[in-house]
Design a protein around this ligand. Sequence first.
Ligand code: FA5
Length: 335
Amino acid sequence: MERLRELRDEAVAAFESAVSAAALESARVRHLGRKSEINQVSRGLKDLAEDERRAVGRAVNELKNELGALLAAAGDRIARAGASSGPGLDLTLPGRRPWVGRKHPVTRTFERLEGIFRTLGFEVALGPHVEDEFHNFEALNMPADHPARDMHDTFYIEGGKLLRTHTSPVQIRVMQSRPPPIRIIAPGRAYRNETPDASHASEFYQLEGLYVDRDVRIGELKGVLTKFLHELYGEDVGIRFRPGFFPFTEPSVEVDVECRICEGKGCSVCKGTGWVELLGAGMVDPRVFQAVGYDPDEVTGYAFGLGVDRIHMMMSGVDDIRLYHENDLRFLRQV
Ligand code: FA5
């Protein structure tokens, strides 16, 4: 009888502390199952003397009834707890982290560049991606037979139209639409039928700049671009102005920054040179002013065009431009 009381207390404690259906079931098997000690007592009744058998038999039956009721109550309690926290919800599982959406790295770079140029007094202008030969080439001093057109591997489409190969046609559209002074940047996509590699994509992003007024000098161009690159990469970045050629600027320069991926040592992005070409620039050619109806004796100006994907690559150490255009979330979540 003493042992029965102990078994009762153990079983009651086990049923009351069970927090899941599985835990309750194993408590039931241990305390009331076929191999449980209580059941062994039932089976041993036949070996007892008659008066003992009656007393112990009654006690075991009462105990089994009491524990059966407690077991059912514990089952109800667990079922209610489960229902109030939703079907099949396991509150002990670790949480799943929600991914927070954010802007594409190229969009963020555009916003950063626009911010810098706005503080320097530039306003944003936009133009069409489907262009005509006049705006993309002719007005930029590239007539039909001009060899510079070969450098712009062009996607032609029906009706004599083409996908703009650079953002420079926006310069033309803005100058056609209003008189100087003009101080604009034109952000957007450009398209070239090029074989993609680590630093070339067939769709990429440029940001064009144009400043036209009386007496604009090349020193101002150099000052603005140096200020811009220092804002972006820090004052200690290596910057190189090289003589260049563009039909629509004279003189022309190409501007390189020290490769930030290999710190100038040489890698696949800078093709072992330690420098990456980021932009082209120069003083607007008088023929461009003539094409838009400005008087080249009255006004001068400078223009520049920079590769926005490459700017981000140099800021973040991404070593392949193609990654920006594949929309692979594993990449986009990292940059
Ligand atoms: C031009 O496109 C000129 N319109 C830039 C310009 C504007 C010069 C105004 C003078 C005055 P270029 O072809 O070099 O120039 O391209 C300019 C920049 O765009 C390059 O320095 C590079 O950063 C980027 N770029 C050019 N081609 C690609 C490409 N296939 N993939 C990625 N970036 C490119």
